[in-house]
Design a protein around this ligand. Structure first.
Ligand SMILES: [Zn+2]
Length: 57
């Protein structure tokens, strides 16, 4: 599994469908918004943008 933004390999996410199938549903991916989708660095950047967009100034 790679970050959708920068392509960095994500930790805590099974790399293959086979590995995913072995795990119970709850442990498929980190319990976090965008978990298993973006790396922590991009996640922070994206959340910053989301907050900025949601709060008019
Ligand atoms: Zn990234």
């Amino acid at each position: 599994m790679k970050c959708a933004r920068c392509g960095a390999v994500l930790n805590g996410v099974p790399a293959t469908d086979y590995e995913r199938r072995k795990l119970p549903k709850s442990s498929k991916r980190p319990e976090r918004m965008f978990g298993g989708f973006l790396c922590p660095r991009c996640l922070r950047e994206v959340l910053k943008d989301v907050v900025r967009a949601a709060v008019p100034k």
